[in-house]
Design a protein around this ligand. Structure first.
Ligand code: RIB
Length: 333
C-alpha cells in the first residue's frame, strides 16, 4: 500500500514547532527565527523526507517559476535550437521550461494554452502561427498572462515580440543568386505560409521580377523539399531558394533521385543555418538566423514582462546574414 504522503503537519509535530513556523522556515524566511528553531525544522524535514506540495507552494508564492513554450514542429532543428536558447536563459533564472509541440494544429494549441494557464505558468512564449488571436485574447489577455510572440506567430503590435529580418533574408538570397548569373529561380514555400515566411518571398521579389520566379508550394519539411523536385525540373529554373534548410535537404535527395547534381545542375540556397548545413555534401549555402540568440532574447524579454507587466510593448529585431558555402555556383561555370 502506498505510504501516506508526509505533510507539513508531520514535520511540525516532529520538530515541536507550529505549522506556520515550519512553513516560514522552509520557504526561505528562516532568518526570522533562532538557529535552534531552523535546525529543528530542517532536521525534521530531512528525517521525514518531506517535500512541499508544489502547487500548494505556488498558492503561497503566487509564482510557479515555469514558462510555457508553444512551437509548431519540435522535429525541426530550428525549433530545437530555439528552445535551447530559451531554456538557457530560463534555467539561469531558476525557471522551468514547459514545452508544447502543437504540430500546427489550432485545436491542440488552444488546449495547450488552456492547460498551461491552468497549471499557472508565469508566462508564455508563442512561436506557432496556428493559435488564433481569439484564443490568445480569451486565454491570455483576459487573464493578463504575460506572453511574447516570435517567428511564425505574427507580431500584431499589441504584445512583446522578437523578430528576425525575414524580408532582408529573402533579399540577400536573391542578390546572391542573381550575382551568380541565375535568371530563373524556383522558390519553395509552404501552403498557408506564416507571415515571417511570406516576408522572405517579398524580399526575394525586391530583386527578381515575378517572371523570373516560379513559386512551388510544398510542406515545410525534408519530405516537402523532396516532393517538390519533379515540379522544379519542369521549370527553366537553374537555382532553388528553399525557404528552410530542412526543405533544402529534401531537395538534395530529390535531385539526386533524378540524376541531378548540386550545384552543377542546380544551385540551392536554404534558410536558418541549422548545424546540419555543414554536414551535407555540398555544404549548404543558406541565410543564417541567430537561432540561439533569438531564443535567449525572447526568454529575457518575457522575464522582463513577468517582472514589469505594465511596461510598454517592446519589439526586438535581429539581423540575418548569408552564409556562402558550396551549394551555389556561377551559372554555366
Ligand atoms: O525551418 C523552420 C522554419 O520555420 C524556420 O525558417 C523558422 O523561421 C520557422 O518559421
Amino acid at each position: 500500500m502506498k505510504n501516506k504522503a508526509v505533510t507539513i503537519k508531520d514535520v511540525a509535530r516532529l520538530a515541536g514547532k507550529s505549522i506556520a513556523t515550519v512553513s516560514q522556515v522552509l520557504n526561505g524566511h528562516g532568518d526570522k527565527f533562532s538557529p535552534a528553531t531552523v535546525t529543528a525544522v530542517e532536521a525534521a524535514r530531512d528525517e521525514l523526507h518531506y517535500e512541499p506540495d508544489y502547487f500548494a507552494q505556488r498558492m503561497i508564492k503566487k509564482t510557479s517559476k515555469t514558462i510555457g513554450v508553444l512551437v509548431p514542429d519540435i522535429t525541426n532543428p530550428f525549433f530545437s535550437e530555439l528552445i535551447r536558447g530559451i531554456e538557457n536563459v530560463l534555467y539561469q533564472q531558476n525557471f522551468i521550461t514547459m514545452l508544447c509541440n502543437a504540430d500546427q494544429d489550432e485545436d491542440k494549441e488552444r488546449v495547450y494554452l488552456d492547460e498551461l494557464s491552468r497549471r499557472g505558468v508565469d508566462g508564455f512564449i508563442i512561436a506557432s502561427s496556428a493559435v488564433s488571436n481569439q484564443a490568445i485574447n480569451d486565454i491570455l489577455r483576459r487573464k493578463q498572462h504575460p506572453f511574447i510572440v516570435l517567428d511564425q506567430k505574427k507580431a500584431e503590435g499589441i504584445s512583446d515580440a522578437v523578430l528576425t529580418d525575414d524580408y532582408d533574408g529573402g533579399r540577400q538570397a536573391a542578390e546572391h543568386l542573381k550575382a551568380l548569373g541565375h535568371q530563373q529561380v524556383a522558390v519553395l514555400i509552404p501552403e498557408r505560409a506564416a507571415a515571417n515566411i511570406q516576408n522572405r518571398l517579398k524580399g526575394f521579389y525586391s530583386v527578381y521580377d515575378q517572371e523570373a520566379v516560379t513559386v512551388i508550394t510544398t510542406a515545410l519539411s525534408k519530405v516537402g523539399g523532396r516532393q517538390a523536385v519533379p515540379a522544379i525540373l519542369a521549370t527553366s529554373a537553374t537555382a532553388i531558394f528553399a525557404i528552410s534548410d530542412e526543405m533544402a535537404f529534401g531537395v538534395y535527395l530529390g535531385l539526386a533521385e533524378h540524376g541531378k547534381q548540386v550545384p552543377t545542375d542546380y544551385s540551392v540556397v536554404g534558410y536558418d543555418d541549422v548545424e546540419m548545413c555543414q554536414y551535407v555534401t555540398p555544404q549548404l549555402t543558406t541565410i543564417a538566423q541567430p537561432i540561439f540568440e533569438l531564443g535567449q532574447t525572447t526568454a529575457n524579454q518575457l522575464l522582463a514582462r513577468v517582472a514589469e507587466p505594465q511596461q510598454p510593448w517592446e519589439e526586438y529585431h535581429l539581423p540575418v546574414k548569408l552564409i556562402e558555402r558550396n551549394s551555389t555556383t556561377r551559372l554555366n561555370s
